[in-house]
Ligand binder design. Structure first.
Ligand code: GAL
Length: 803
């Protein structure tokens, strides 16, 4: 039986590499102890030189083999090393790899010393080598460095199963067949007995098949199948049901077991839409980079998974693109479990290199498909270099490799040039045309240049067209949210598209030629700490209120924030049927979603156009009260109440004269209705209703002051015995007495930790837009971790249990 040992603890690291390091001595001088995933350099939040992490470093592992390893095959399985590496074992070169996003195995068998101490040395080159994708020109992201994903030690027999490939042609039929293929290695010709078993999520056996096979010496591929399976529970975005396939190989006294997770589903892009299990599904989603503040790419399982939860559960997206490379298996595991569809693509960014470079890309296609072939969440292989020029032969070949390896999955290739050659199954393109006033996307045929319709998906929009910081002015943050809403509306409504993904989920560090002055691309709907900007609610407000009632007023609700003063109109992003508004304890009225402006959204935003109390007595008769209210609402909507025209004054004056009212008093009441410059603070209560039921209440307004710091971990329990260190994010937010975030609190906080955990970043940092976050990691011991956050005018703490 082959066995995998997590091999992430007890590494030694130094940020340089000398020729003598290849000798693999046990000397630890100049090295520091580290755990994987590891970043070759801790970085500041922003404004740093990319050269800081671009160097060659050395990782060392001193190890003894487990007892059962003697006489067997030993592999080191690396999941991701940025960017290229050579692996030495006991002084000899055992293997090498080029490319930072795909896994590789190094056969250590010939080099290990069974009963002695062994030393493994990895020379890691994290420079932007132009011979390896994505490099050769500039790229709009940073790739960081180090052994940033996990490593395992695998002990196996010479006769072993390497990989299982599962596919189902007819998942929606009454009786389905599962084609099962296995890559095996055998030291000699041998007869073997194989048993295939399908097991459901409750661990019940569902189907079983057996076969005798004759294996040749060397690599073998064995095909079998599980047939006539009835009552299959399909995998879907709403109900991502997963099965397990187990294969047992028996040959002489060797018995080998291998398991693989699988989800039955059909996924087809057609000209008129995307079909999951035969049902049309509109695709709405975001792009994701796999980076975090300070540690770059190096985050363990829980934190990788959390991103998928944010995108699927919190934002309610049904698709994500792993822009622009294969991402962590933990992230993809979570996508499989949460029903988050995935477009996965090969590494690259606009540049295509020479023949040797292209060979790397071909290998990237193979490695990506090999690793992720069995994942139900992946519905499209991206086989072009993101936004590159057409290259007929190159892309004919990447498509061919993908189709040969995986005839059931379609291909796409993300382009930004219009009328680019269509060699894939789905025309996937980035459409940045929306400027706030025009239609969100070009017509399909204008993009494709074809005279017929093809399956078309927009893979990016917004992004650099409207970079928005979490701490930007309210006007910008609101427009950012509205642009995302317009794009979602179009993704849902445009008959010539199957959907759209916007750029992007999270802000990210980048090169100087892309970012803001601090080298961050502020393109996320959440910031780098995964804290939401207003635009995040454009997505979350489209969720069903059964999942979570959402009601976010995207305003500071402070009249001095605006040019000319005033608090209305403002927008509420909500999935409620209507919002009931109270001002200073008095009912203003009920406000409804604007389905006219956003005809395709399930939950259009609600615009609060005025703040006139329902019983506001102007001293006018009923009919004229209605007329006057409508006049005021229109003035508020158009922002012209504070600067009334001569005609407006004439109208108000005539009304006052007619009913013997004081003109100033009447106008004063009107201004108060708009939020009122020169009037006392407003306190607003917003009640969200679904049908008759009040499902959510929010308080906003001007009666606010700092009340407390809230410290909130994503997970309150971590594990000390996980395969690597465990980690979680902890959010710090300055809250006011109404329960809202105080966006203009930018004060410093200091974090101290008692107990078995360490910080993955600095212990002192400012809040930004009233909030920030940090990540803590376990140290290998169980216990209670108490986290203290000391702010400039308050402190808070929270506890995490490490099991
Ligand atoms: C696209 C590119 C992305 C990102 C984005 C910013 O052109 O594919 O990687 O740079 O622009 O909007």
């Amino acid at each position: 039986m082959q066995k995998k040992y997590a091999w992430n603890r007890d590494w030694l690291y130094k940020p340089s590499f000398e020729a003598a390091d290849v000798q693999c001595t046990a000397c630890a001088d100049g090295f520091e102890p580290v755990e994987l995933p590891h970043t070759n350099r801790m970085l500041p939040l922003n404004c740093f030189s990319e050269q800081e992490y671009q160097f060659v470093s050395c990782y060392k592992k001193i190890f003894a083999l487990p007892d059962e390893a003697h006489g067997r095959c030993i592999f080191a399985d690396f999941e991701g090393v940025m960017l290229a590496c050579r692996v030495y074992c006991n002084g000899q070169l055992a293997g090498s790899h080029e490319g930072g996003y795909t896994p590789f195995s190094v056969d250590l068998t010939p080099f290990v010393r069974p009963e002695k101490e062994n030393v493994l040395v990895v020379e890691v080159d994290s420079t932007e080598r132009p011979d390896i994708p994505p490099f050769g020109k500039v790229v709009d992201y940073l790739t960081y460095g180090g052994i940033y994903r996990e490593v395992s030690l695998r002990v196996a027999d010479a006769l072993r199963i390497e990989k299982m490939w599962l596919s189902c042609q007819n998942p929606c039929a009454k009786e389905v067949s599962l084609a099962c293929r296995c890559d095996l290695v055998s030291p000699a010709p041998v007869s073997a007995h194989l048993t295939w078993e399908l097991i459901d999520a409750q661990e019940n056996p569902v189907a079983c098949a057996q076969q005798e096979v004759q294996l040749a010496a060397g690599a073998n591929t064995v095909s079998g199948s599980l047939d006539a399976i009835q009552g299959i529970h399909l995998w879907s975005v709403e109900d991502p049901c997963l099965y397990t396939v187990r294969v047992r190989l028996e040959a002489g006294d060797i018995c080998e077991l291998h398991t693989q997770r699988y989800g039955f589903r059909s996924a087809r892009f057609e000209t008129d839409g995307f079909y999951l299990n035969g049902q049309k599904l509109r695709l709405v989603g975001l792009n994701r980079h796999q980076s975090w503040p300070y540690v770059g790419y190096a985050m363990p399982e829980r934190v990788q998974r959390r991103d998928a939860e944010i995108i699927r559960r919190e934002l309610g997206c049904n698709i994500v693109r792993t822009s622009h490379y294969p991402q962590s298996r933990h992230f993809l595991d979570a996508c499989d479990e949460l029903g988050l569809l995935v477009i996965e693509e090969i590494p690259g960014w606009q540049h295509v290199g020479n023949a040797a470079w292209k060979e790397h890309s071909f290998q990237d296609v193979r490695d990506m498909i090999t690793r992720d072939y069995n994942r139900p969440s992946i519905i499209l292989w991206g086989v072009r270099i993101n936004e590159s020029q057409d290259d007929h032969d190159f892309y004919t070949q990447t498509n061919q490799i993908a189709h040969e390896m995986d005839p059931l999955r379609q291909t796409g290739g993300i382009r930004y040039i219009q009328r680019s050659e269509f060699l894939e199954d789905v025309y996937t393109y980035n459409d940045f045309t929306h400027n706030g006033t025009n239609p969100a996307f070009r017509p399909q045929r204008e993009s494709t240049g074809l005279d017929h319709d093809v399956p078309t998906l927009v893979t990016e929009s917004n992004g650099h067209m409207y970079p928005t910081k979490a701490f930007d002015h309210e006007d910008r943050a609101v427009e950012h949210a509205l642009r995302h809403l317009r794009v979602i509306d179009a993704s849902l409504g445009r008959e010539d598209l199957v959907g759209g993904l916007s750029w992007c989920a999270f802000d990210y560090n980048t090169h100087g030629c892309f970012g803001s002055g601090d080298k961050i691309c502020y393109h996320g709907v959440l910031d780098m700490f995964r804290n939401p900007k207003y635009a995040a609610y454009a997505y979350s407000s489209q969720k069903s209120p059964d999942d979570e009632a959402v009601l976010e007023a995207i305003t500071t609700a402070s009249r001095g924030e605006r040019d000319g003063g005033g608090t209305v109109p403002f927008t509420i992003l909500t999935n409620c049927d209507f919002v009931r508004v109270y001002k200073n304890g008095r009912l203003v009225g009920d406000f409804y979603p604007d389905a006219e402006k956003f005809p395709h959204l399930k939950h259009p935003p609600v615009e609060i156009t005025h703040l006139m109390e329902a019983d506001l007595d102007f001293g006018l008769p009923a009919e004229e009260t209605q007329e006057f209210r409508a006049f005021l609402a229109e003035k508020v909507r158009t922002g012209t109440l504070i600067t009334p025209s001569a005609e407006d004054f004439q109208y108000i004056g005539a009304l006052a004269a007619k009913h013997q009212l004081d003109l100033r008093q009447l106008y004063g009441m009107a201004v108060r209705a708009a939020g009122g410059w020169g009037d006392a603070e407003n306190d607003l209560v917003l009640e969200g209703y679904v049908g008759e039921n009040r499902v959510i209440v929010r308080r906003i307004g001007e009666h606010k002051a700092f009340e407390r710091l809230a410290v909130c971990p994503d997970a309150d329990t971590l594990r000390s015995d996980a395969d690597s260190y465990d980690a979680t994010r902890v959010c710090v937010t300055a809250l006011d007495n109404l329960g809202g975030r105080m966006p203009y609190i930018q004060e410093c906080v200091r974090v101290t930790i008692d107990g078995p955990a360490r910080l993955l970043g600095p212990d002192m940092f400012p809040l930004s837009a009233g909030t920030s976050a940090f990540w803590i990691a376990t140290t290998g011991k169980p216990g209670t971790v108490t986290i203290h956050v000391q702010g400039m005018r308050g402190k808070a703490e929270c506890q995490i249990t490490v099991l």
